[in-house]
Design a protein around this ligand. Structure first.
Ligand code: KG4
Ligand code: ZN
Length: 328
């Protein structure tokens, strides 16, 4: 089973070929970060236009790298949301056209479901066993999901305002550190003192359940840095990061214990964060839990994870979506 998958929900144009749901034959990603850098964030209109420019060559490259042609493709998968509407449409139109012309099924995949399935792509690690908790942390999302089985999810909590990655990006923009802010802060924080400033850990109290909030801490950083310009930037970002990581880890562990899960899986761009990985590993060990973290290339937006999710959809849902009736 060869699935050609396409992901264009945000600012990465990606196409992949995934064999039997787990083996990545190719995973081509064109990042637009250079075009959005000077604005300190993603400009949706630029994103859609850039997707249009590169979508066809990226798909061709994915087929070439996998050493196959369109005629070998058994199904086409595409992210149908959530994401930037203009960006999503580029991928969806391309996927529909290919599926229609080849006469193969078109499978729509939820972007967050795709992130979860990054944990099922073939790697040195085993796949997490059901049920498990998946912490999806990216520039657009922060969700804690109970994954009961293939295709069976329950969202336990999500951010009520900014996503974790968004907070990283906005703090970095305010401090003139560059874009995207996550990796820059991750690096700079290593030189700072994470206990220099005791930022409030937002919504950690049990009454907030598994929801998150990161916009307040972002404002706290801005206020503090404005009030006291002598504070070292490395200490500010280290302390900011510590507060964000503390909340993410604490809630993930709490959820795993409450729902009798043996493991926690990470997904999304912020899963690349070294402080988050380290803290989660330490806390998980204390609680006898296992942690699964996909390789970074599968944590950030990519089409391979979409192909993997689509395969499992097909396997568990025998009613394939014929092109004409596709849900998108
Ligand atoms: O999953 P992703 O590629 O795109 C979205 O779906 O949003 O995630 C991008 C986000 C950005 O906000 C970026 O700053 C953040 O992931 N990020 C990081 C790190 N690497 C990327 N955040 C913290 N630490 C990192 N090392
Ligand atoms: Zn994403």
């Amino acid at each position: 089973m060869l699935i050609l998958s396409i992901e264009t929900s945000c600012d990465e144009t990606s196409a992949a070929v995934v064999k039997n749901g787990s083996e990545v034959l190719s995973n081509v990603v064109a990042s637009q970060v250079e075009f959005h850098k000077k604005y300190g964030g993603i400009v949706p209109e630029i994103a859609s236009r850039k997707h249009i420019e590169v979508i066809n060559p990226i798909i061709k490259e994915a087929l070439d790298q996998a050493n196959i042609t369109f005629n070998d493709v058994n199904a086409v998968a595409v992210t149908y949301g959530p994401g930037l509407v203009g960006s999503l449409l580029v991928g969806i139109c391309a996927a529909k056209a290919i599926a229609w012309s080849l006469g193969v099924p078109l499978i729509g995949v939820n972007h967050l479901e795709g992130h979860i399935y990054a944990n099922f792509l073939k790697s040195k690690l085993q796949n997490p066993k059901f049920p498990f908790i998946c912490l999806i942390v990216s520039g657009g999302h922060t969700s804690l999901v109970l994954v009961k089985d293939h295709g069976k999810y329950e969202t336990l909590g999500r951010t009520r305002d900014d996503a974790a990655g968004e907070a990283y990006d906005k703090v970095a923009r305010f401090l003139n550190l560059g874009y995207p802010g996550g990796p820059i802060i991750d690096k700079l924080a290593k030189e700072g003192n994470p206990r220099a400033i005791e930022f409030k850990r937002p919504m950690l109290e049990e009454e907030f359940g598994y929801d998150f909030s990161f916009s307040g801490i972002k404002t706290a950083v801005v206020n503090l840095a404005t009030r006291d310009p002598r504070l070292a930037t490395r200490d500010i970002v280290a302390s900011f990061q510590q507060a964000v990581v503390d909340v993410l880890v604490e809630k993930s562990i709490r959820a795993a214990r409450a729902y009798n899960c043996e493991s926690i899986a990470l997904a999304g761009g912020v899963a690349a964060n070294s402080a988050l990985r380290n803290r989660l590993e330490t806390k998980a060990k204390e609680n006898e839990l296992e942690v699964y973290t996909p390789p970074v290339k599968y944590c950030t937006d990519n089409a391979a994870m979409i192909g993997c999710a689509a395969y499992h959809k097909k396997a568990s849902d025998l009613k394939l979506s014929p092109v004409a009736n596709a849900k998108i």
